[in-house]
Design a protein around this ligand. Structure first.
Ligand code: SAM
Length: 341
């Protein structure tokens, strides 16, 4: 794949230009970009089985550069790259290096960490600020069963260590909890946070998987997680930004590490959602649970004005909230791996 070329786009928000604001008064400042929906793991709670054969439908790096230039001008400050597994997309570091002139305040990446040990230093040098690594068990054998990849644990551990060394901090570890599956590890994850000096964030499982595993009962809720942790540790709440999705805590005994709990099911945070999502095949989604998508392709042909009009139209239709657990809740047609987690 050729290295991305630096094409000319407006790189700074114009003074006084209106940003992206939806009809509920929420200002959109964050974009989550899926750069591929291929993945080298088949996590049992996410994927059904083998990777389906697919035509190369990924948006080119040049197109992404153009889209991100417009988003920056419209007030997007933070970007998170995800997938699929984003480290599978060739040319990521070269692409990141072209983003510096756009002046985003925060460039982050979510990865399964499998390829991170050999990539962390290069990602940092290319301008990446922070990294989140997914890790759903601290037991090597169980982790291999979850990911269906032998030796995954050792690779991810090495990736986390390399990220810390490279200065991609704070390194956050995301763990999706499922009842009867890995909820016996809540305390072990807390010990991992303390020992490895990282932020472990527990995430409530959402109905976005390929297999139909999700039930309200399988979700391990924030109150349950907190009760378990507080039986063993004294936790002190940490102040966060209003748009932050995680409730954060530190250990009162002064141990390093941090706990976060992200509770989209039991305590939805839609009221202060500041995010849009872009899929690897170039669709804008205004919610994980959107039933409607906005294709970038026609807007890309129309240039910067076309893209701006598309983003304004999509954000004007941003959903008030997701409806998980409500009567009539409809799953989106795409699953997590094809939206970008
Ligand atoms: N491959 C990268 C990784 O593993 O982090 C990025 C994509 S992955 C889909 C992003 C995150 O979404 C992972 O932390 C994963 O555990 C989480 N995830 C997947 N399915 C989920 C679900 N149904 N509910 C909540 N989180 C989910």
């Amino acid at each position: 794949m050729p290295a991305p070329t630096a094409i000319s786009v407006s790189s700074a928000p114009a003074a006084g230009e209106a940003g992206l604001r939806d009809r509920f008064g929420r200002t959109i400042t964050d974009a989550r970009i899926s750069i591929t929906d291929r993945c080298n793991y088949r996590c049992v709670y996410c994927r059904e089985g083998a990777e389906p054969a697919r035509a190369g439908s990924e948006l080119s790096w040049e197109a992404w550069r153009q889209v991100l230039g417009v988003l920056r001008r419209l007030g997007i400050r933070k970007l998170r790259f995800t997938g699929g597994e984003p480290l599978l997309r060739p040319g990521l570091e070269a692409f990141l290096a072209t983003l510096a002139p756009l002046g985003f305040e925060d460039l982050a990446l979510t990865t399964n960490g499998h390829l991170l040990a050999e990539r962390a230093a290069g990602l940092r040098a290319a301008g990446l600020d922070r990294i989140t690594v997914s890790l759903d068990s601290v037991q090597p054998e169980k982790f291999a069963r979850i990911t269906r990849v032998p030796g995954a644990w050792e690779r991810v551990r090495a990736g986390i260590a390399a990220a810390v060394t490279a200065g991609l901090e704070p390194v956050k570890i995301n763990a999706v909890l499922l009842r009867g599956f890995n909820d016996d590890e809540i305390e072990a994850f807390a010990e991992f946070a303390r020992a490895e000096r990282v932020a472990v964030r527990f995430i409530e499982f959402m109905p976005l998987e390929e297999g139909r595993l999700w039930t309200p009962e399988i979700v391990v809720t924030m109150s349950e997680i907190l009760a378990r942790l507080e039986a063993r540790y004294r936790l002190e709440p940490l102040a966060g930004e209003r748009s932050e999705t995680a409730r954060r805590f530190r250990f009162a005994d002064g141990a390093p590490g941090e706990i976060g709990i992200i509770a989209p099911v039991s305590r939805p945070f839609c009221g202060h959602c500041s995010r849009i999502r872009l899929t690897a095949d170039g669709k804008v989604r205004t919610c994980l649970f959107s039933l409607r998508e906005w294709p970038l392709a026609p807007a890309l042909e129309a240039g910067e004005d076309g893209l701006e009009a598309l983003f304004r139209r999509a954000v004007a239709h941003k959903e008030e909230r997701h409806h998980i657990g409500e009567p009539g809740f409809q799953r989106p047609s795409r699953t997590m791996v094809h939206i970008g987690g």
